[in-house]
Design a protein around this ligand. Structure first.
Ligand code: PMP
Length: 409
């Protein structure tokens, strides 16, 4: 029995079976690489699903956490701490709008705060999009589109309408004076790095304004530099009323934030909401170090250049139907339902990515990924796709393994 199978057996005996058996048992990480319990190395193109923005064991992040722990650790929310205030100011500065911030420990929780905030408008209806993922707690799940996630937990909080993502006419038809908010991912992450048509976010802004609804962007996956800009919506020139972020913000330390601007910033009042861990000094200090490092090391530009390079090279590979996304939020659409097989074969070669759907690979590597590391991944992908293309010529079609796509959040 290997070290890994021993851990996997113990995992099976002690952890709830919510994600299925672990693909590997990881014990160490450094930069863009992780190692399993048997000593095998992997190039990590998932980064905790868009979390480890600075890669693994980054010295700046370790230093910030260590120094803050040595100075002041957790305190109750009845007190404030400098890193909390500094991070709130910093995030508002990145958006460039006056507003207010509520800190949480995850993306889902940031969305729960935003969802509650929208109820304080006096309206209840929220319009969300097909393909949307906003989290797995009951409120966030009510806004998440995937049937397989929703069905076992119905009834979910009501008054949510779904419209086709990217279709401005469908959005216009769904929004009226009963709608509290429109919630959209400016680039959809779990759906496979899907970018809406140009003008869609601007249309959403117009439609929200016409009916007095809030416009809420969920940038839990796409935000904090992932797409080569601080926020994916920036390119559209549109300002949301509510913005949720998490994942990359803490670089691996749990933190999320719900930002609200203008009149929306004062919708939550004392007594309306709370959390024990949100905004604690250690996670906020960690997030400040992440923002500092993204800035100091030019990681926004790196995300754009390395991401574009992956898309350009991947587009020319066999079985690739299209490439999508922006920066290092990368989708690779395949012409056959072989994404799970591609993921499994790449894992065996030491490359970690995931299948967003049976026909779409998703890559969300650390923002520090170098061009050489990206090439290493694309070269391995090219080999696997060539293998599969050759096999499909021989047998007519490639055997599709059981669908384990998605579900990794
Ligand atoms: N919103 C989006 C857009 C996400 O991609 C995710 C996670 N995949 C969430 C919310 C939920 O975040 P968390 O897992 O941190 O609760």
């Amino acid at each position: 029995m290997t070290e890994q199978t021993a851990w996997a057996d113990r995992y099976a005996g002690s952890l709830m079976n919510t994600f299925g058996p672990p693909q590997r048992v990881l014990v160490r990480g450094e930069g863009a690489y992780v190692w399993d319990a048997d000593g095998n190395r992997y190039l990590d193109l998932l980064a905790g699903i868009a979390v480890n923005a600075l890669g693994h064991a980054h010295p700046a992040l370790r230093k910030a956490v260590d120094e803050q722990m040595a100075t002041l650790g957790h305190v109750s929310n009845f007190f404030a701490t400098p890193p909390q205030v500094e991070l709130a100011e910093r995030l508002l500065g990145l958006v460039g709008q006056p507003g207010k911030v509520f800190f949480t420990s995850s993306g889902t929780e940031a969305n729960e705060a935003a969802f509650k905030l929208t109820r304080r408008t006096g309206r209840t209806r929220v319009v969300a999009a097909t393909g949307a993922f906003h989290g797995r707690t009951m409120g966030a799940l009510a806004l998440t589109h995937k049937e397989a996630y929703r069905t076992p937990f119905e009834p979910l909080p009501g008054d949510v309408a779904f419209v086709e993502y990217g279709d401005a006419d469908a959005l216009a038809a769904a929004v009226d004076e009963t709608v509290a908010a429109i919630v959209l991912e400016p680039v959809q992450g779990e759906a496979g790095a899907i970018v809406p048509p140009a003008g869609y976010l601007a249309a959403a802004r117009r439609i929200a304004d016409e009916h007095g609804a809030l416009l809420w962007f969920d940038e839990v996956q796409s935000g904090i530099g992932r797409t080569g800009a601080w926020f994916a919506y920036t390119a559209s020139g549109v300002q949301p009323d509510v913005l949720t972020v998490a994942k990359g913000l803490g670089g691996g330390i749990p933190i999320g934030a719900c930002l609200a601007f203008g009149a929306a910033a004062d919708l939550l009042q004392p007594g309306n909401h709370g959390t024990t861990f949100g905004g604690n000094p250690v996670s906020t200090a960690a997030a400040l170090a992440v923002l500092d490092t993204i800035e100091a090391d030019g990681l926004l530009v790196n995300a754009t250049t390395v991401g574009d390079r992956v898309r350009e090279r991947a587009a020319a590979l066999p079985l690739v139907a299209d490439v999508s996304g922006a920066g290092l939020l990368i989708g690779i659409g395949l012409s056959a339902p072989v994404a799970n097989e591609v993921r499994d074969r790449l894992l065996a070669r030491g490359i970690v990515l995931n299948a967003a759907t049976p026909q779409r690979l998703r890559l969300v590597p650390p923002l520090i990924l170098t061009a050489e590391q990206a090439d290493e991944a694309v070269d391995a992908l090219a080999q696997v796709l060539a293998e599969l293309a050759a096999e499909s010529e021989v047998v007519g079609e490639v055997a599709a393994p059981a669908d384990r796509s998605g579900g990794e959040d």
